[in-house]
Design a protein around this ligand. Structure first.
Ligand code: PGA
Length: 248
């Protein structure tokens, strides 16, 4: 695992965007797993900037969202689909047929999950998963538990995750859906490369457990320690509890 500590959250976001752009330049047909949440907002802004300056094209790449709230239609302003559209898809050149997002409002969850997995398999799995880490250590919406599901599935969201997403629902945690769809931990860890972006002091203690503690499904992000090609990009605030200043 490589850990890169940047001087600020915005420098970390820019470093992550440059990394992803370089990856896609080298592998134009890359399949990408894409995160949502507050942390990646400046990352997407930087990625869009690189695209506008002609430094990266997604015309042959494929995007897969990591997760989506159950019960929300694609055009619901709180959905992750809306988030990705507003922050990325509306500004870069992924062809519409290459934007693979869960339909949170699909009538048959089973069919939708099977379709998502089939498409991902047909394209050879993820080349690059870009991830955040939740305050409780989740990856995608794989919440801390005794047992984690490997493939795409429906999950019940923890109170911590619902609170962390209230900003998408006017700050009202009661409006945050109670369930979601997420890529499974196996699908995420099977990505050939992983780039993780974490910023802010609120995640500093969790990061120490995730990156330097024991590997446990109670901290799903600790499983990243097993991945052969994982780069973790942090700001100083997030890195402050890491032993050795985060260098590993
Ligand atoms: P956050 O979410 O950036 O809003 O903290 C990160 C995540 O849940 O992956």
């Amino acid at each position: 695992m490589r850990v890169l500590v940047c001087r600020s959250a915005s420098a970390a976001a820019t470093a992550a965007a440059r990394d992803v752009a370089a990856f896609v330049r080298a592998r134009p047909r890359a399949t990408l797993g894409l995160p949502t949440g507050r942390t990646p907002v400046p990352f997407y802004a930087a990625l869009v900037g690189l695209h506008r300056r002609g430094r990266v094209s997604f015309a042959r790449a494929h995007a897969f969202n990591l997760d989506e709230f159950a019960g929300l239609a694609a055009d619901d302003p709180g959905s992750y689909h809306s988030y990705l559209r507003r922050r990325l898809f509306d500004h870069v050149d992924f062809p519409p047929g290459h934007r693979h997002v869960f339909d949170g409002a699909a009538r048959s969850a089973r069919r939708q999950i099977a379709g998502f997995e089939r498409t991902l398999d047909r394209l050879g799995g993820l080349d690059l998963a870009v991830l955040g880490i939740g305050l409780n250590g989740h990856l995608g919406f794989n919440e801390p538990a005794g047992v984690l599901a490997s493939r795409t599935h429906r999950v019940r969201l923890s109170t911590s995750s619902r609170r962390a997403n209230a900003w998408l629902f006017g700050g009202d945690v009661r409006r945050v859906p109670t369930e979601a769809f997420t890529m499974g931990i196996g699908t995420i860890l099977a990505a050939r490369r992983i780039v993780v972006l974490v910023t802010g002091s609120s995640k500093a203690r969790l990061l120490r457990r995730a990156l330097q503690g024991g590997i446990t499904t109670r901290v799903p992000a600790s499983l990243l320690q097993l991945h052969p090609d994982c780069t973790v990009i942090l700001d100083r605030a997030a890195s402050r509890h890491l032993a050795g200043g985060g260098v590993s």
